[in-house]
Design a protein around this ligand. Structure first.
Ligand code: NAD
Length: 500
């Protein structure tokens, strides 16, 4: 059995812990690897390496830091296929989808290469007579990223490229379910010329996370994962005096207005609900058609599309959707369909009976696409984040009723509206209390030079990720006010200068 371990101070390290956990290939249900679950001693080793590397890295000119990231970006372009293969084999997403993930991560690296520009300070001349004032942004020190299973490369790349570009050193604690991509990125950063200790990986679970949360030399923590853990990370980290940004769970609604292009909406919902088997924080898991007539017409369009979904192994180029990440998660999602049915939802298409008959993949963690109609706001399938290929239809009779439904949910990560009416779309984007909005766009993930983050229970902390919000999170501002005493401004002297 192959053990996946840490990457500290520029090389792989097996570490101090004897605890391990299996890593599965969700497509086959088999395991050939274990991940080492790091101890507090492993965290100490990584923090010491990152702390030692910080003074030199933070003083390296931003232009040179950016050049290292630029070389890393070139490696990512050239070897995107290799990284996508690693992602797909541990997560279960299709290879094409994994390539999309690498591209979205790479775009943040691209943004980070503009560090000399975004780190430029402000200067005010004559804030008082003969007094000037300027601001600079300086790095924080050792920063930490704790990431979820569903984007093993992209979510870490929401964090570390900007953090490194700003002059920090970094420790990544990836999800123990998908540990390998982090090591590949660490190797490639070293190959790109990143000095040892600037980027480190500690594998692990709660033990490693707690050691990072309590380590006095850790200055900032970026977290992405479920809401209960996000709350815990935020509360513990901030009470230990650290800067924390913690992005949590989601339940994203798409409102379909009576004037919407229904073919466009149905196609968009297919990708947004079932792409990556629904394991995306920006997946649309609730469709809110306005009027019963729209609901009936939409469902009629969705049924044949869901029945035609090609569910297969990650490597098959003809798969639309792969397996779920673990057998336990597949059973949890299936349990939600049971609960929805018991609570009175109509199971229009039932993914529970899906059997994968491709040879060698019969034991993978597959589940069919599921459509639930007549879902109401008191059902667990509406209240909870399911994180699987399940689309719930909640019928509403007016725009206002649909908006109220969106507002009544605790999560506020993303939302979309499908309409041809500019006035409705404009009112929606202005009034809705959600962080990321799509107008006829189902998964409105902001580009790298904008920032990613939800509202309400989908985020804890003041800064969302990447773009200028990332720069603000990973730097602290310093303001210098300067006055000079009267200097020597006399004319040139031609006699031999003497001191005193
Ligand atoms: P998770 O919360 O189980 O795990 C996230 C990280 O927290 C992992 O690194 C894990 O090791 C660590 N962790 C888990 N339990 C812990 C504990 N008790 N104490 C300390 N650390 C712990 O999330 P997941 O299942 O890996 O990922 C799916 C979740 O992530 C979903 O809720 C999804 O919405 C969310 N997510 C949110 C965004 C966003 O941008 N808002 C993006 C991607 C995923």
């Amino acid at each position: 059995m192959n053990d996946i371990a840490h990457y500290i101070n520029g090389s792989a390290l097996s570490g101090d812990s004897s605890r391990t956990q299996p890593v599965y290939d969700p497509a086959t249900g088999e395991t050939e690897k274990n991940v080492v679950l790091g101890s507090a001693a492993d965290v100490d080793t990584a923090v010491a390496a990152a702390k030692a590397a910080w003074p030199a890295w933070s003083k390296t000119p931003a232009l040179r830091r950016a050049r290292v990231l630029d070389r890393f970006k070139s490696i990512l372009w050239e070897r995107a296929d290799e990284l996508a293969g690693i992602l797909a084999s541990e997560h279960g997403k299709t290879h094409e989808d994994a390539l999309g993930e690498v591209t979205r991560g790479l775009e943040v690296v691209e943004f980070a290469t503009s560090a000399p520009s975004f780190l430029k300070g402000d200067f005010s001349e004559n804030v008082g007579t003969g007094v000037d004032s300027h601001n600079i942004r300086q790095s924080l020190g050792v920063c930490v990223g704790i990431t979820p299973f569903n984007f093993p490369a992209m979510v870490p790349m929401w964090m570390f490229p900007v953090s490194l570009a700003c002059g920090n050193t970094f420790i990544l604690k990836p999800s123990e379910r998908v540990p390998s991509a982090s090591l590949k990125m660490a190797e490639w950063l070293t190959e790109a010329g990143l000095p040892d200790g600037v980027f480190n990986v500690v594998q692990g679970d709660k033990e490693a996370v707690d050691a990072l949360l309590n380590h006095r030399d850790v200055k900032a923590i970026s977290f992405v994962g479920s809401t209960p853990i996000a709350k815990y990370i935020y509360t513990t980290g901030t009470s230990n005096g650290k800067r924390v940004q913690a992005l949590g769970g989601a339940k994203n609604h798409a409102i379909i207005m009576p004037d919407a292009d229904l073919d466009m909406a149905a196609n968009a919902l297919m990708g947004a609900a079932y792409g990556s088997a629904g394991e995306r924080c920006m997946a649309i898991s609730v469709a809110v058609p306005v009027t019963d007539a729209v609901a009936d017409a939409l469902i009629e369009k969705l049924i044949p599309k869901i029945e035609a979904l090609r569910i297969g192994p990650t490597g098959d180029s003809d798969s639309d959707m792969g397996p779920l990440v673990t057998a336990q998660h597949r059973d949890r999602v299936s349990g939600y369909i049971d609960a929805g049915e018991a609570e009175g939802a109509k199971v229009v298409i039932d993914g529970r009976g899906f059997k994968q008959d491709k040879q060698g993949f019969e034991n993978g963690y597959y589940l069919g696409g599921t459509l639930l109609d007549n879902v109401t706001a008191d059902m667990s399938v509406w209240k909870d984040e399911i994180f699987g290929p399940v689309l719930a239809v909640v019928r509403r009779n007016s725009y206002q009723e649909a908006l109220d439904l969106v507002h009544s949910h605790d999560f506020a990560n993303g939302t979309a509206i499908f309409t041809r009416d500019g006035d409705t779309a404009r009112a929606f984007s202005q009034d809705v209390e959600v962080g990321m909005i799509g107008i006829n766009v189902p998964i409105p993930v902001p580009m790298a030079f904008h920032s990613f983050g939800g509202w309400k229970a989908s985020i804890f902390g003041d800064h969302s990720m990447h773009g200028m919000e990332g720069v603000r999170f990973y730097t602290r501002i310093k303001t210098t006010t300067t006055r000079w005493p009267d200097g020597q401004r006399s004319d040139a002297e031609f006699v031999m200068p003497t001191l005193g």
